[in-house]
Design a binder for this molecule. Structure first.
Ligand SMILES: [Zn+2]
Ligand SMILES: [Zn+2]
Length: 279
């Protein structure tokens, strides 16, 4: 298989997170078990089989490979993919695909689904994705992937199978839906994106940006540019209840060792080892 774009991989709680994210370079993530991905700044050949993508915003480092991805799936005779993206962008992306289609002399079949903050997208009986407002320099969204399960209501848990069956046959609903936030994806945002959707803090896996880490890069200025700073993460220590906190999208101004040094100085225990720096 062609190795056309770097991928880092991590398995946690039965989910395989794969991806790459550096600010102004490219960002893409996928969770194979959930058959979905976030952002298409580039498209590793191996990600082609993933049929559903959620775009956080239309900066080029997050969508540049969208036409390429659609074209490759057509070439490989796969079904047209479904791409969810901020609603304001749909018409422009349609035009973009039309232009590429003319240049490439090939069709670019896909379903572009407009998404607004607050929307719920039902992917399957087990999976629902919710869209959340984030705070960036262009309209942007974060996403939470929920696993749905049906559970017996608390008041019926002591009963026998026969008793439960009788109640069910009498037309009473004995089970209720529970939702577990499995993965949250912030995209590019100031920490308001997390604060405004506290469910992000309790997803099993959180993928968050932390573009800036140096103390000399002042937090207020960074917020104006729609990004998060290491200090923002430190201040919110008690909020994060995630099993795994992936911090990514670091500025290219930093070397890998600088990022590690700043973070290890500010958070020596890496929030009890739950923080993973995606570099
Ligand atoms: Zn970005
Ligand atoms: Zn951006």
């Amino acid at each position: 298989m062609p190795n056309n774009a770097p991928i880092k991989k991590l398995v946690h709680a039965g989910l395989t997170v794969e991806g790459y994210s550096r600010a102004a370079v490219q960002t893409y993530w996928r969770i194979n078990e959930l058959k979905l991905g976030f952002d298409l700044g580039a498209q590793p050949w191996d990600f082609m089989g993933t049929p559903s993508w959620f775009i956080s915003h239309t900066h080029l480092d997050h969508i540049a490979a969208l036409p390429v991805y659609v074209a490759r799936r057509r070439m490989m005779k796969m079904d047209p993919p479904t791409i969810y993206l901020p609603h304001h962008a749909v018409e422009t992306v349609q035009k973009l695909l039309h232009v590429f289609s003319r240049l490439d002399r090939g069709r670019l079949p896909c379903e572009l689904v407009p998404v607004q903050p607050g929307d719920q997208i039902v992917l399957s009986r087990e999976l629902v994705v919710t869209a959340h407002p984030t705070s960036h320099t262009v309209p942007s969204l974060g996403y939470i992937v929920w696993e749905r399960r049906r559970k017996l209501k608390a008041e019926y848990r002591e009963l026998t199978g026969e008793q439960i069956r009788d109640i069910r046959l009498s037309g009473v609903e004995v089970s209720e839906e529970t939702r577990l936030p499995r993965v949250a994806y912030l995209g590019d945002s100031t920490p308001r994106g997390l604060d405004d959707s506290p469910d992000m803090y309790r997803a099993e896996i959180l993928i968050s940006e932390m573009t800036f880490v140096a103390p000399s890069h002042r937090k207020d200025k960074i917020h104006k540019h729609g990004h998060t700073h290491l200090d923002d993460v430190v201040e919110r220590r008690d909020q994060f209840r995630n099993g795994l906190i992936i911090l990514a999208h670091f500025s290219t101004r930093y070397h890998e060792r600088q990022i590690r040094a700043y973070v290890e100085k500010a958070i020596p225990d890496l929030f009890d080892g739950r923080i993973h720096l995606w570099i």
